[in-house]
Ligand binder design. Structure first.
Ligand code: FE2
Length: 259
């Protein structure tokens, strides 16, 4: 399985506290059957502002720690790519044009140029209730005009969608993808969120399941329990697509068919 949303890099946000917790989280993920993680620290103006080069260098350091010579617990079978969990802000387009935004599976060398071999670039965006529906939809369209696909993180935990999940349908129609959190499916965020998440999945408004892991204990990188529940709901083939086929297409910069 592939996890495209995890706060496993140490000391950049409210995720892993240090390298030991990072490695413990990697071990939990590997034992759960996850072979690829996109490390996505928060990027939020005035709160978390890790520079792109810092994210890239921490991912390079982590991959070094996971090499066969140094790693324990077969962690060398785990691959980590750079990414970011970017707060949905008005100047996101600006950040992308300046080349300061980190894509999902961003190349390890910081560059402004299109990645060769990739038709699309994906960014993980966390919606905010400070933005209104038309602003969000407009920004999704503008990103798509540049072949940049926003992946909306945990819509089930966003008040705007909780009030009216049809808005998510419109965002997807405008060209976004949606990613729900594994713990929302398994109920750790409460009954209401679990119910809404199941509704979104049944209505075909979810393309990806990710862990949004923040720690080794309270929010660990575990996907398998959620996949089992989703398989019961919509079948194992579709459930597996959400943690394998679609995340792989995102990493490879290929188009995701949402029909
Ligand atoms: Fe996150």
């Amino acid at each position: 399985m592939i996890d495209i949303h995890a706060h496993i890099l140490p000391g950049l946000d409210d995720g892993a506290k240090d390298w030991q917790e990072t490695l413990d989280m990697c071990a939990i993920a590997r034992n759960d059957g996850i072979h690829t993680i996109v490390a996505t620290p928060h990027v939020k103006q005035g709160i978390y502002t890790p520079a792109k080069d810092l994210i890239l260098s921490k991912v390079a350091e982590l991959n070094t720690l996971l090499t066969p010579d140094t790693s324990r617990l077969s962690l060398h079978a785990l691959k980590v790519f750079p990414g970011a969990d970017i707060a949905f802000e008005a100047d996101i387009l600006n950040q992308i044009e300046k080349g300061t935004a980190v894509y999902l599976a961003n190349p390890m060398i910081s560059t402004n140029f299109m990645n060769p071999g990739r038709s699309f670039r994906y960014v993980l965006l966390e919606l905010s209730d400070y933005f209104l529906f038309p602003q969000v939809k407009d920004l999704i369209r503008k990103l798509r005009e540049k072949n940049i696909v926003p992946v909306l993180s945990h819509p089930e935990r966003i008040a705007m969608i909780q009030r009216n999940h049809k808005l998510l349908h419109e965002f997807i129609q405008a060209g976004a993808l949606s990613q729900v959190t594994a713990l929302s499916i398994t109920g750790e965020f409460g009954k209401e969120i679990k119910k809404l998440t199941r509704t979104l999945i049944k209505k075909n408004l979810v393309q990806v399941i990710a862990t949004d892991a923040h720690s080794r204990d309270l929010r660990p990188p575990i996907l398998s329990r959620a996949v089992l529940e989703v398989a019961d709901l919509i079948g194992s083939e579709k459930a597996e697509l959400m943690v394998q086929g679609i995340p792989q297409a995102i990493i490879d910069g290929k188009e995701v068919d949402i029909t």
